[in-house]
Design a protein around this ligand. Structure first.
Ligand code: HMG
Ligand code: MG
Length: 298
């Protein structure tokens, strides 16, 4: 059944801004994060410690964290692909990290210059060291539904790779529809397949991109299984530079509207979110694609 409360895992500052062609000044990023915290969000994925040539948009990770005034009660997780990234994150005082795996070979190559097997060799020392330092480690899994090069991805393949991430020591597994092609029946089957494999629903999160307009319906399908962590980005910013045809994430405002309608607690202030997304759209020079932002911004 539906959860009583949902944790919104805000990915706009990371997944959103990693895909913007406009250069966003570091002080704008810091203000964006602070506005999101002010809107009541308590999990803000701030940036990535990846190779700066691979994702130039987030090359200012150190500077951003140094500048950011972290608020009490707010987590600021970052993406870390390898030990070099972990060194950088630890030096910046990070307490929450996420490794990010691919369910498919093609995307493992394109996103991590690795293979499905070798990515685990890369993550293993990261997770072990991070946990020894007392950090929380989330595991992302990309291409859980469809892959632009390989087509539909079988649920058994996703469960096999996903359970490996949990076995490695990740506290949570976020199931990514990187290119936004999933439909609710597929979500229902995949979440069901994880349950059958013995994975507790509390260990799962969902991460939908909205390319085909299905992100909210897919989220509802996951909520009905009791999934209680949902990734979204303010204003629907986002994409992935290494996956063609990936557009923005589920908009946080659209998620909040759904949760409010269902009577599910989340702790966010919708008006403050809309105001933040309108402000950010001004900085980016294009309107937010979120339907709820459009409806409420007037
Ligand atoms: P590589 O080129 O194979 O790296 O890239 P390497 O290990 O061979 O190292 C080459 C050089 O890079 C070395 O320097 C390293 O020190 C340096 P040199 O010795 O030549 O001077 N290096 C680094 N420098 C800074 N920070 C680092 C780092 N690592 C190596 N962390 C690598 C492999 C994994 C680094 C690269 O492929 C990479 O950075 N990939 C990240 C791609 C990315 O960020 N994609 C977007 C995030 S994933 C996503 O959006 C999906 C998600 O939203 C879920 C969904 O929607 O499905 C999470
Ligand atoms: Mg993503």
């Amino acid at each position: 059944g539906l959860p009583r409360r949902v944790t919104i895992w805000e990915v706009g500052p990371r997944d959103g801004l990693q895909n913007e062609s406009a250069v966003v000044p570091v002080e704008v990023k810091a203000e964006f994060l602070d506005r999101l915290a002010g809107a009541g969000l308590t999990t803000l994925e701030a940036t990535s410690f990846v190779h700066p040539k691979w994702v130039p948009q987030l090359a200012d990770a150190e500077e951003l964290l140094a500048r950011l005034e972290q608020r009490p009660g707010v987590r600021y997780p970052v993406l870390v692909p390898n030990e070099r990234g972990l060194d950088r994150a630890l030096a910046a005082g990070v307490r929450h990290i996420a490794v990010f795996a691919s369910a498919t070979e093609t995307f493992a190559k394109r996103n991590l210059n690795s293979t499905v097997d070798d990515q685990f060799a890369m993550f293993e020392p990261v997770v072990t060291r991070a946990r020894a330092e007392g950090l929380d480690v989330r595991g992302y899994l990309s291409m859980c539904f469809g892959d632009p090069w390989e087509g539909a991805v079988p649920a058994e393949q996703v469960v096999r790779v996903g359970t490996r991430l949990l076995d490695l020591g990740c506290s949570q597994l976020s199931l990514g529809d990187t290119i936004g092609v999933a439909t609710p029946g597929q979500v229902d089957r995949l979440v069901g397949a994880f349950s059958e494999a013995g994975v507790a629903v509390d260990a799962l999160a969902v991460h939908f991109h909205d390319t085909y307009g299905q992100a909210l319906a897919n989220t509802f399908a996951a909520l009905r299984h009791g999934v209680s962590t949902v990734d979204s980005s303010a204003g629907g910013l986002g994409g992935c530079p290494y996956a063609e045809s990936a557009t923005g994430n589920l908009a946080t405002e659209d998620l909040v509207w759904l949760l409010d309608g269902l009577g599910i607690e989340h702790g966010a202030d919708l008006d403050a979110l809309v105001e933040t997304s309108v402000w950010m759209a001004g900085k980016l020079g294009r309107p937010s694609p979120s339907r709820v932002v459009k409806a409420l911004a007037g």
